[in-house]
Every structure is written in structure tokens, then in C-alpha cells.
Design a protein around this ligand. Structure first.
Ligand code: G4P
Length: 540
């Protein structure tokens, strides 16, 4: 298994110098994702963030559907047709010496496991709420995933330029429904059509929409310049609201970093207001890459030796090549072009000749990358989701999850000759994380599992476009699937014998059970107390 990894470029640099550089670079990284319910304004905010970072020149480029898209494979058409982002992408931009890595998560209701996995690769999240709607179903779902890892969350209440709900009511809703303390760091001046800007509660100053990005520094709410700058009918409301908000809660950085308190910003992504303030907040308060637990020890970002894990695999945009890009989140050390890394799962050496940085407009070949960065590594299916890469050490990062799929379908093909091709295609797409694959132990046809129905469309389109396999998906009659975990071989054997029609093996040959209802699952738990039926499994 163990294969010595030959030293790559950069091995001549004294370790102390590398450690100092890594510590410096890690400290200025902010790696985050935006979580939002569809329509709250995530795309608009992303555009404005990238504009501020100089990553794109034109607003609208994030949604550009021109030639760039046309070169992509067929399944990307789903993305175009539905106007939603199917694939998770990474965008890097720099502002005031801070490097921001924004990991985009699909915002559609029908999201996939990619969304969850992306959240394992970030150090903070921005939660975007629509001022008129507050917390919505998907906000809550994504928030719960963040909470599992105690990811610090910055809240951005968007669409303040439109008639929204009472601000105190919104804050209370966040606090109540998410059990998360709130601390407004700004207070809106006017609401809806009267909204003209915000007052910064932490660093007393007035940000007016009309003034572009130049805030007016003030001594506090009593500053007479406030009366000069804000219309009479709004100034009293501002003073009252801001005083009450300050009395109710103060921002506590430690609680924020522990994931129990969220600072709240207000703005309008559409009008490009409040976005700079939010970025300043991320730069100031969001954490740089921190320590990460691996199976054998905790890894610190400033360690000079490179470690990282693969959280996403994406098929190459070019349908003529079977290349895949593995997205590696760097946890420690320095990645240099030309390095050979060890894939801990297999002990194999993986050459990293052309790591890709994902700028919003283009992919660029990176010379070096640091903790917090995400780089793409092109490979022919060697790398898998959950893989740990190191410079030789045998450690595995924990926590890239597989979720029990909510939709189970049998794959049907009319052309029996295509069975072998289908098998190979499904295996490849499973390794890419597009679907989960289950082989029923009674010999029935393969079952695919997905978290959202959109994933089935993607699967069908890709099978047709990339493998020339026409497949249909039929109901299995099962509503639930769980992994069966136990140390008790006899109990497992008994379960296998008594449930031979409802069990299968996943791609890694783990035992899974299918159920027709949650009631059935509960029954199985009662009948087989030595077994656990788990919903979430870590890769490897
Ligand atoms: P999403 O990615 O979270 O799904 O939301 P997106 O940014 O696409 O925004 C959803 C709609 O809300 C868009 O309008 C967008 O223009 C609008 N919007 C976003 N931010 C603001 C804001 O701060 N104020 C106001 N008033 N509207 C905002 P649309 O009509 O659905 O799309 P489009 O035709 O404008 O692209």
C-alpha cells in the first residue's frame, strides 16, 4: 500500500520559511458559502460581491448564458433551461489584502448532496433572507447543516428597498426558529420605499445609498450631523430603533465564532447597497481556516505539510473527455504546481501538474495555494469524494457526509445490450457523487438514490449525452433507505435472512435497508435492537 511519494517542487525551501508563509496566507483567507431560500437574492448578492472584489467586470456575468455556456455538455442545458445553478462552483476574489473564496451552493429547492458537502468545506456562511419573507424552508434546512459543524453565520437581510416585515419581528423570528442569538450590527434608516441606508451600530457611522460607498463617521446617535443627513421623518425612528436594538443585544465575537450568535446586516443586493459593509464584516469577523479533525490527530492550518480533502467531483465540461475535476479544500500547508500528493485511501501518488483556481470568469492555473483555498485537480476518476490528500502522512479527514437519499428509483433500460454500458456509467456517476447506487441482494435491478428530484433529471440527461444510454426511472415502492450498522455479525445475518427483498449494498459494499414507510423503519429498530439504521454516513 504505502508508496513513497517523491519530493516535489519547493522541498528545498526551509520548513520555517514555508510555515511562516503558510501561516500568513492562511490568516488572510475567508472561505464561505451563501445559504438562502430560492429567490432571496443569492445570485444578485454573489454578483455584487464579485464586482467588489474585481473578479468580474459586468454585473450579470454570473448568469451569462452566452458562448461560454454553449461549449458545455448537454446536461448543463438543464441548468440553462431552468435558470438554476446545478453545479457547485468556486469563486475567488481579493479585496483589501483579504482573499475570499466563495463556494457557491445550488439554490434551487431540489438541491443535491453537493450542497451539503460544500458546507463541509467552508469556514463561515452568509445567510441571505428576504426582508419580506424571513426564514423560509430551505434557509432552515441549510442552516441545520451549518449548525452540525458550528459554522459561524453572518446574516444579510436583503431587499430592504422593498416593503418588508417589521425589523424586530424578523430578528425575533431568526432567534426563535433557528435558536440563534441575533446581534444587529447595523440599523436600517427608513423601510421599504423610504429605505435610504443604514446606521452602523458597532462603529457609529451612516451609510446612505445615495452616497455610494462613503460612510459618514459620527460620534453616536446624538451626533447632530445625523439630523442634517437624515430626513426629519426618519431620524426619530432610527434613533429609537437603534437604541432599542443596542439595548437588546450586543455583538459577541466569541459567540459568533462558536456558531451561537449571528451578526445581522441590512441591505439591497439589487441596489448594491450594504454589500461592502457585509464584506468588511466578513473580513473582520469571519474566521480564517482553523484546525480540522482527522482520524488520528487534529491538523493545524499553519503546518507546512500539505493536507486537504476532496468534497466535490465534477465531470469535465467537455463531453468528449472523461476527465473529472476534483475540488480539493486545502486544510494545511502549501500546494505547489507539480507536487505529487498521496491519496491516503489507496496509497497512490497523485500528480498535481495543473491545479485550477476558479475565478468567476475563468479557470486559471494556480502556482500555489494555501489553507482555505479550493483548487481543482483534473484526474481520470482516481479521486473520489471524501479522499484525503497529503504529502505522505496517513491521516483521513472526517466529515464529508453521505445522506440517505429521499428518492429511490429503479433504473430501466429497454435495450438489454446496453446493460454493461449502464453499469459502467452508473459506477462513474456514483463516484462523482451525482447519485448513490444500490445493488439489491435479491438480484433485482439496480436502484439509484438521490436527495432531490432534479438529480434524476441530471442523471438521465448525462446517461444519454455522455454514455448514449437511454434510461427510465421507475418507482421501487420504497420511501426510505438507511445504512445498517452493527458489530454483531449474528444479528446482521439474521436481519439479512429475514429481509432478503428489502436490502442492498451501496457502492462501497455497505449494507443498506429499504423501507416502505417510517413506521416500518421503527418496527425494524424494535425487532433488531443490535442494529442501528443510520441516515448519515461519512465517506471512508
Ligand atoms: P436567488 O439567486 O436567491 O434565487 O435570487 P436572485 O438573486 O435571482 O433574486 C431573485 C429576484 O429578486 C430577482 O428578481 C432579483 O432581481 C430580485 N432581487 C434580488 N435582490 C434584490 C433587492 O435587494 N431588492 C429588490 N427589490 N429585488 C431584489 P427577478 O425579477 O425574479 O429576476 P430578474 O429578472 O431581476 O433577474
Amino acid at each position: 500500500m504505502d508508496q513513497p511519494i517523491p519530493p516535489g517542487p519547493g522541498h528545498n525551501t526551509p520548513p520555517d520559511a514555508v510555515a511562516a508563509q503558510v501561516a500568513r496566507e492562511a490568516a488572510r483567507r475567508r472561505t464561505f458559502a451563501i445559504i438562502a431560500h430560492p429567490d432571496a437574492g443569492k445570485t444578485t448578492l454573489t454578483e455584487k460581491l464579485l464586482l467588489r472584489g474585481g473578479a468580474i467586470q459586468l454585473a450579470g456575468a454570473v448568469r451569462a448564458k452566452g458562448d461560454r455556456r454553449r461549449t458545455r455538455s448537454d446536461w448543463m442545458k438543464i441548468e440553462q433551461d431552468r435558470g438554476i445553478s446545478v453545479a457547485t462552483s468556486v469563486m475567488t476574489f481579493e479585496r483589501d489584502n483579504v482573499v475570499f473564496n466563495l463556494l457557491d451552493t445550488p439554490g434551487h429547492e431540489d438541491f443535491s448532496e453537493d450542497t451539503y458537502r460544500t458546507l463541509t468545506a467552508v469556514d463561515a456562511a452568509v445567510m441571505v433572507l428576504d426582508a419580506a419573507k424571513g426564514i423560509e424552508a430551505q434557509t432552515r434546512k441549510l442552516f441545520e447543516v451549518c449548525r452540525m459543524r458550528d459554522i459561524p453565520i453572518v446574516t444579510f437581510i436583503n431587499k430592504m428597498d422593498r416593503d418588508g416585515r417589521d425589523v424586530f419581528e424578523l430578528l425575533e423570528e431568526i432567534e426563535k426558529t433557528l435558536a440563534l442569538d441575533v446581534a444587529p450590527v447595523a440599523w436600517p434608516v427608513g423601510l421599504g420605499r423610504e429605505f435610504i441606508g443604514t446606521y452602523d451600530l458597532l462603529r457609529p457611522s451612516l451609510h446612505l445609498m445615495a452616497d455610494g460607498s462613503q460612510p459618514l463617521a459620527l460620534s453616536g446617535l446624538d451626533d447632530p450631523r445625523l439630523d442634517a443627513a437624515v430626513p426629519k421623518n426618519l431620524v426619530e425612528g432610527l434613533r429609537e430603533g437603534a437604541e432599542l436594538a443596542t439595548a437588546l443585544s450586543t455583538f459577541d465575537e466569541k459567540a459568533f465564532l462558536q456558531g451561537t450568535m449571528t451578526p445581522v446586516y441590512f441591505g439591497s443586493a439589487l441596489r448594491d447597497f450594504g454589500v461592502g459593509h457585509l464584506l468588511d464584516g466578513l473580513a473582520r469577523y469571519a474566521p480564517p481556516p482553523g484546525s480540522r479533525a482527522a482520524d488520528l490527530r487534529v491538523v493545524e492550518p499553519e503546518e507546512p505539510a500539505l493536507t486537504g480533502f476532496v468534497f466535490k467531483i465534477q465531470a469535465n465540461m467537455d463531453p468528449n473527455h472523461r476527465d473529472r475535476v476534483a475540488f480539493l479544500r486545502i486544510c494545511s500547508g502549501r500546494l505547489l504546481k507539480g507536487m505529487r500528493l498521496k491519496q491516503v485511501r489507496t496509497g497512490k501518488a497523485v500528480p498535481v501538474n495543473a491545479p485550477l483556481f476558479f475565478f468567476a470568469r475563468d479557470r486559471q492555473v494556480a502556482e500555489e495555494a494555501f489553507p482555505g483555498d479550493v483548487v481543482g485537480i483534473a484526474n481520470h476518476g482516481v479521486l473520489r469524494i471524501g479522499d484525503t490528500l497529503t504529502e505522505g502522512e496517513d491521516i483521513n479527514f472526517r466529515g464529508v457526509p453521505s445522506f440517505a437519499p429521499e428518492i429511490l428509483r429503479r433504473v430501466i433500460i429497454d435495450d438489454a445490450m446496453a446493460a454493461k454500458k449502464l453499469n459502467k456509467a452508473l459506477e462513474q456517476l456514483t463516484e462523482e457523487g451525482v447519485v448513490q447506487l444500490f445493488r439489491p441482494l435479491d438480484g433485482a435491478g439496480v436502484v439509484v438514490g438521490v436527495v432531490g428530484a432534479l438529480q434524476l433529471d441530471v442523471l438521465g440527461a448525462r446517461l444519454a449525452a455522455e454514455y448514449s444510454v437511454k434510461a427510465r426511472f421507475e418507482s421501487t415502492g420504497f420511501d426510505l433507505m438507511r445504512w445498517v450498522v452493527t458489530e454483531d455479525r449474528i444479528a446482521e445475518e439474521k436481519f439479512r435472512r429475514t429481509n432478503s427483498h428489502d436490502i442492498a449494498e451501496d457502492h462501497d459494499r455497505n449494507l443498506v435497508a429499504f423501507f416502505t414507510s417510517d413506521w416500518r423503519r421503527k418496527r425494524a429498530e424494535e425487532e433488531h435492537p443490535a442494529l442501528r439504521f443510520v441516515e448519515l454516513r461519512e465517506q471512508h
